[in-house]
Design a protein around this ligand. Structure first.
Ligand code: NDP
Length: 449
């Protein structure tokens, strides 16, 4: 955090995730600030770290026992220099303003990298959908949207899903928006296919991340073929990461949830992945149940207080964290290094701590930061917005080809930006610099607003 100006820290000293994201960006954009003195005279750092708008609101709703529950809702509209605010909603008990601000901050630069016209925002609530009935989830979503609908719109702010917000929640949220505003517009992405959703949107983050990893490997005359992967999470991103790794000839050994992880030495093949999708998406069960059907696999409970996660302590070639922030710390990174992992690509947002990232970069592990690597989801959300405004639907191949081209272009953009500043193949610096420069120049063009 030493690189963050004191007055920025003093404004929100307790927002540790947000300050972590700011610090990571500042570490790499220093040469850009030095080369462009007007960025400092225009107080760009002060402006870019302050949300254009941060809304918190009460979400009262009734559970199945007739008890009144109250949650806290958030929407942080971080930056609209290059388009309407765009970014997902997270429903998880750990949600705080700091977490939503870090996600919104990262989203600004990620969206910039996609080349689509999207600003950055993020939202959510400290609501836990786990263990809640469908009707409770519906009532919560309706209560949440009753307030959120005042702040969003297809040309203003377009939310999507994130942790705890999947197809079911998007449906309830969209239904309530439509009812209150009496309009059917592309105000949310990730919609169902028969009511405005885009083909490939559910797959896009995972597929896009694997396309990005494939580009990183190809740059080194290598491929995914025959490689072993450690994947964390068992939700949307982890599932479609696994599917694409399998399609490109790799083998996935692990999946996890917040209770623990499964290790399947024989590999999680397409049939086993279908079973995981059934478990997680339909039955909303725990990943440990995988071993009931596949007893050769092992399940390890993970104590969140442990100073490392044993999932990252297996021999493999590549690691793809797809669960949550700060899930790989310095000790985990050291285990990955010792176990022969040569590529780490982030499906989740900020899954690696600062210490972990430094270990990867210092040891020449190929490191794909989430800002670049997981941008495929929001990119296809951007394509969903385009299809909605044109009132047409592209085919699966069309969207997948767009996605692949966007991921290739982000990969090239990262390399070009890092080379332009004399850094060789530093994807972190490249992603931060390219994303930052585009947004900052747009802010300067638009004056003090
Ligand atoms: P899901 O809710 O579908 O899945 C999240 C998975 O991560 C679940 O297996 C969940 O386990 C696990 N998890 C969540 N919190 C924790 C925790 N504190 N500790 C350990 N495991 C945890 O979410 P997504 O797959 O959509 O999102 C995963 C990550 O990818 C997030 O960081 C998100 O911000 C990022 N991302 C998602 C995009 C998208 O399009 N969905 C786009 C870009 C990034 P459990 O079921 O036990 O909670």
């Amino acid at each position: 955090m030493d690189n963050i100006p004191t007055h920025i820290i003093q404004r929100d000293p307790d927002q540790k995730e947000f300050l972590q994201a700011v610090s990571e960006l500042l570490e790499t954009v220093q040469p850009v600030l030095d080369r462009n003195p007007e960025y400092r005279s225009q107080a760009i750092l002060e402006r870019i770290t302050e949300p254009e708008r941060a809304i918190t609101f009460r979400v009262p709703w009734m559970d199945d026992q007739g008890r009144v529950q109250v949650n806290r809702g958030f929407r942080v509209e971080m930056n609209s220099a290059i388009g309407p605010y765009k970014g997902g909603l997270r429903f998880h008990p750990s949600v705080t303003l700091s977490i939503i601000k870090f996600l919104a901050f990262e989203q600004v630069f990620k969206n910039s990298l996609t080349t689509l016209q999207m600003g950055g925002g993020k939202g959510g609530a400290d609501f836990d959908p786990k263990g809640r009935s469908d009707t409770e989830v519906m009532r919560f979503c309706q209560a949440f949207m009753t307030e959120l609908c005042r702040h969003i719109g297809p040309n203003t702010d377009v939310p999507a899903g994130d942790i705890g917000v999947g197809a079911r929640e998007i449906g309830y949220l969209f239904g309530m928006y439509k009812k209150i505003r009496n309009e059917f517009t592309g105000v949310i992405t990730g919609k169902g296919l028969n009511w405005g959703g885009s083909l490939i949107r559910p797959q896009a983050t995972g597929y896009g991340m694997v396309y990005f990893a494939a580009e990183m490997l190809a740059e080194n005359s290598d491929s995914l073929e025959g490689k072993n992967f450690l994947v964390s999470g068992a939700g949307n991103v982890a599932q479609y990461t696994t599917e694409k790794v399998l399609q490109l000839g790799g083998r996935v050994l692990t999946l996890s949830d917040s209770s623990g992880y499964i290790y399947d030495e024989e590999g999680i093949d397409a049939e086993k992945l279908q079973h995981v999708m059934q478990l997680k998406n339909i039955r909303r069960a725990r990943i440990r149940e995988y071993c009931e059907k596949y007893p050769n696999a092992t399940y390890t409970e993970v104590d969140p207080e442990l100073d490392h996660n044993p999932l990252w302590n297996h021999t493999a070639d590549c690691a793809m964290p797809c669960a949550t922030q700060n899930e790989i710390n310095g000790q985990d990174a050291q285990h990955l290094l010792n176990n022969g992992v040569g590529l780490v690509c982030e499906g989740a947002n900020m899954p690696c701590t600062h210490e972990a990232i430094n270990i990867f970069i210092q040891n020449n592990i190929l490191y794909g930061p989430g800002k670049a690597a997981n941008a495929g989801g929001v990119a296809v959300s951007g394509l969903e917005m385009s299809q909605n405004s044109m009132r047409l639907a592209w085919s699966q191949d069309e969207v997948d080809n767009h996605l692949r081209r966007i991921m290739q272009s982000i990969h090239t953009t990262c390399l070009d930006a890092s080379h332009a500043y004399g850094l060789s193949k530093n994807y972190l610096a490249g992603a931060n610099i390219a994303g930052f420069v585009k947004v900052v120049n747009a802010m300067i063009d638009q004056g003090l607003v």
